[in-house]
Write a protein that binds this ligand. Structure first.
Ligand SMILES: Nc1ncnc2c1ncn2[C@@H]1O[C@H](COP(=O)(O)OP(=O)(O)O)[C@@H](O)[C@H]1O
Ligand SMILES: [Mg+2]
Length: 149
């Protein structure tokens, strides 16, 4: 079962960027953010905000064709778009594990296409379109259950 940690309603692309900046404050070395939601919901805009929050100054654009882009902020940011991947094997062939289990932050658009490759401790964010231009940005709890010895 998925529990929503918190959600934000954004009324504009700029507000979605601001939400991404706030989410960036929750991230650290090795964090993975799995974005879900259809075409045009605002995944790339949210990533622009996460990048800004991580101190990336370069403009973040959709990696639809490049599949994986790397940016330098206070941590390396790997931005992956799984839209054109056929599945988990394609993802593995990209060498994406180096990003997922490295020292940076990884943000994955269309993560629903590669569910098995997403680490259990990833923060899943589902974006959906409400009325007009508003977007519901729902941050889910990681699947990982922490157990204490
Ligand atoms: N509240 C909003 N947040 C984000 N994008 C919005 C919002 N309202 C309208 N838009 C528009 O929706 C589109 C989102 O694009 P993008 O982030 O590239 O989507 P995705 O990466 O999910 O396919 C942009 O054209 C943007 O201008
Ligand atoms: Mg996109």
């Amino acid at each position: 079962m998925e529990t929503c940690l918190f959600s934000v309603v954004s009324s504009s692309p700029e507000e979605t960027i601001a939400a991404g900046e706030r989410i960036a404050a929750l991230l650290h070395t090795g964090s993975v953010v799995a974005l879900r939601g259809g075409l045009g919901v605002g995944k790339t805009w949210l990533t622009k905000g996460i990048a800004r929050g991580l101190g990336v100054t370069e403009e973040v654009t959709s990696p639809t064709y490049t599949i994986i882009s790397e940016y330098e902020g206070c941590l390396p940011l790997y931005h992956i778009d799984a839209y054109r991947l056929r599945g988990n094997d394609d993802f593995a062939a990209l060498g994406a594990d180096d990003a997922l289990y490295g020292n940076g932050v990884t943000v994955i658009e269309w993560s629903e296409r590669i569910v098995e490759s997403i680490p259990d401790n990833a923060l899943t964010i589902e974006i959906s379109i409400l009325k007009d231009a508003r977007r519901l940005i729902a941050v889910k709890e990681p699947r990982y259950d922490y157990t204490c010895a």
